[in-house]
Write a protein of this length. Structure first.
Length: 243
């Protein structure tokens, strides 16, 4: 969980503030689902710190399902509400949604982020939204997805194979995806970027498990935005991905 400083925002309504405080208490006990419930109650009344904490909880893999869009929406709302950390990091999310920074820049950005017990929420929001926007911009979603699933199908990792099954994408669609990718094409550059991101995370000290769920979450998010979305199941957080 990202570190929580003294709350930026305090509500004048003691009941709302008490609800937020209960969420913080749940966090101190690693009760992420309890925290999520209390923060959602406080956020529904406009509590800015609760909204920001929801962005963290929904993107760092603490809870399932893994809801990147909800996390990004909370991030934008927290920034609009004046939360200093959300405002400071907003340019990264805006750049991701517009696909205006390079693949290498994302990997370097990721390697500079602190390693936390959970996943880094900012990396997950920015990474998922960036690769989705980039694939959409060049209309290569299916090419990238088919390559990634075909490559993962050669792994002996049981969790990678379970992830492939949850996507609902038929083997008839992705089989041979690695061979169909034209060298030097946009889709090829994007998959190379995912390889580089994984390498940078490993060099930064990320475990194999965290590298796996990071990449699977990005690919799963791409699938949720593609023509394959109808059959895909919700993304899983750390608690369920490896269960």
């Amino acid at each position: 969980m990202a570190k929580l400083d003294t709350p930026f925002y305090r509500d004048s309504d003691p009941d709302i503030e008490n609800t937020f405080s209960k969420g913080v208490l749940c966090l101190s006990r690693n009760d992420f689902y309890g925290a999520n419930a209390f923060f959602k109650l406080a956020a529904s009344s406009g509590h800015i710190s609760a909204i920001y904490n929801l962005a963290i909880l929904s993107a760092n893999g603490s809870i399932s399902p893994y809801d990147i869009n909800f996390a990004a929406d909370c991030f934008y709302k927290a920034s609009a509400g004046g939360h200093p950390k959300a405002k400071a990091n907003l340019p990264w999310l805006e750049a991701a949604d517009q696909a205006v920074f390079g693949i290498d820049n994302l990997a370097i950005f990721a390697s500079d982020l602190p390693i936390e017990p959970c996943l880094n929420y900012l990396l997950m929001i920015v990474g998922c939204r960036f690769y989705s926007a980039l694939c959409k911009k060049y209309d290569v979603e299916n090419e990238v997805i088919e390559y990634e699933l075909d490559a993962a199908s050669y792994s002996d990792n049981q969790f990678a194979k379970a992830f492939i099954r949850r996507t609902g994408v038929s083997i008839d669609n992705y089989k041979g995806g690695t061979d169909r990718l034209k060298e030097g094409s946009i889709a090829d550059q994007i998959t190379d970027g995912l390889n580089y991101l994984t390498i940078q995370l490993m060099r930064s000290g990320y475990s194999d498990e965290k590298c796996l769920i990071t990449r699977c979450t990005i690919v799963g998010y791409l699938i949720s935005k593609s023509t394959y979305s109808d059959q895909s199941k919700p993304l899983l957080g750390l608690d369920a991905f490896f269960s």
